[in-house]
Design a protein around this ligand. Structure first.
Ligand code: CP
Length: 292
C-alpha cells in the first residue's frame, strides 16, 4: 500500500486485511519493523487522539518519529503544504500522517512526492483511520457487520467520520440510519427524530457538534440539542441489552451524549481509542512494508 487517503480507495479485502493485522497487534503486542523508517505527524488542525495514538503506534513499531508543531513551523511564514511535504521528502522522511483543514488536500500531493501520505483527517472530507478503528471496535463486539443496524447521530454535514463510516459500513453489509437536524444532513438521507426502532439498533454512534465549523451560527442551545437529538439516559434505557454506544471523541458532555453514558456499561468510547493504536500500527506497517 503506497498511501492511505480515503476509505473509498480501499477494497473490502484491504479493509479486512488491516483489521486482521490490527487484531494481531491487539492480541500479541507490538513488533518492530525491520529497516529504519522515519515518519512525522503533520497536524494543521487540533488533535489529541489521532495524533497521539499515531505517535504511540509509531513508537511500538520502532519507527523514528520527527516532532512537528504546525504553530512553530514555516507554515506560519506562508509555506504551502506541498512545499512542506517536499521538504520532508528532501530530508529523508518515509511517511507523513497529515491532518489539514482543506478537504482532499492530498490530491495535489499524490504523484508529486515519494513520501507516503496517511490521511489523519481532511476538513469535512474523510477520516479513514477513525473509520477503521470504528470497524475494529464493532467487529470485536459482534464478529460481523452483515445485518447490523447502526444509527449515526449528530453533525453529519460537517463530519468526516460520518462520511468514512457511511462508505465502509454500508459496503460491509450494515444498515446505517442518520439522525440529525434538517440543516445538518449534508448529502445524506436522514431522519430528524428518534424512534423506537432506532433505539433498538445494535450500535448508536454519536458525533460531536462541530462548533468550530458553524461560524458561530448554531441554531440550537446545547440543552435543546441534547433533548431533541442527543443520547439521553432515558433513550439509552430503551436500547437493546447487547447494544453498544460509540463516539469518536472529543465529546461535548451533556450535548450529543449524556455525561452519565460516557463510561456506562454499553459505552465503547475508550475502547475505540485503544483500538486506534492497533489499527494505526496495521496501517503504518502496510504502508512502510509497501516501500520495500
Ligand atoms: N477522534 C478524533 O479524530 O479525535 P482527535 O481530533 O482528538 O484526533
Amino acid at each position: 500500500m503506497e498511501h492511505f487517503l480515503s476509505t473509498k480507495k480501499l477494497s473490502t479485502e484491504e479493509i479486512f486485511s488491516l483489521l486482521d493485522r490490527a487484531e494481531n497487534f491487539s492480541k500479541y503486542g507490538s513488533r518492530e519493523l525491520p529497516g529504519k523508517y522515519i515518519v512525522s505527524n503533520l497536524f494543521f488542525e487540533p488533535s489529541t487522539r489521532t495524533k497521539m495514538s499515531f505517535e504511540v503506534a509509531e513508537r511500538k513499531l520502532g519507527l523514528d518519529v520527527i516532532p512537528f508543531e504546525s504553530g512553530f513551523s514555516s507554515a506560519l511564514k506562508g509555506e504551502t503544504l506541498y512545499d512542506t511535504v517536499k521538504t520532508f521528502e528532501a530530508i529523508g522522511v518515509d511517511a507523513l500522517v497529515i491532518r489539514h483543514s482543506d478537504e482532499g488536500y492530498y490530491e495535489e500531493l499524490i504523484g508529486r512526492t515519494s513520501v507516503s501520505i496517511i490521511n489523519g483527517g481532511d476538513g469535512s472530507g474523510q477520516h479513514p483511520t477513525q473509520s477503521l478503528l470504528d470497524l475494529f471496535t464493532i467487529r470485536e463486539e459482534f464478529g460481523t457487520f452483515e445485518g447490523l443496524n447502526i444509527v449515526i447521530a449528530g453533525d453529519i454535514a460537517h463530519s468526516r467520520v460520518a462520511k468514512s463510516n457511511a462508505d465502509t459500513l454500508t459496503r460491509l453489509g450494515a444498515h446505517v440510519t442518520f439522525l440529525c437536524p434538517k440543516e445538518w444532513k449534508g448529502n445524506f438521507e436522514a431522519v430528524h427524530e428518534w424512534n423506537v426502532e432506532m433505539l433498538q439498533s445494535d450500535v448508536v454512534m454519536l458525533l460531536r457538534v462541530q462548533h468550530e465549523r458553524h461560524d458561530g451560527k448554531l441554531t440550537f442551545t446545547k440543552e435543546a440539542y441534547h433533548d431533541q437529538y442527543g443520547l439521553t439516559v432515558e433513550r439509552a434505557k430503551k436500547m437493546k441489552e447487547n447494544a453498544i454506544i460509540m463516539h469518536p471523541a472529543p465529546f461535548n458532555r451533556g450535548v450529543e451524549i449524556d455525561e452519565d453514558l460516557i463510561e456506562c456499561r454499553k459505552s465503547r468510547i475508550f475502547n475505540q481509542m485503544e483500538n486506534g493504536v492497533y489499527v494505526r500500527m496495521a496501517i503504518l506497517e502496510a504502508i512502510l512494508n509497501g516501500r520495500n
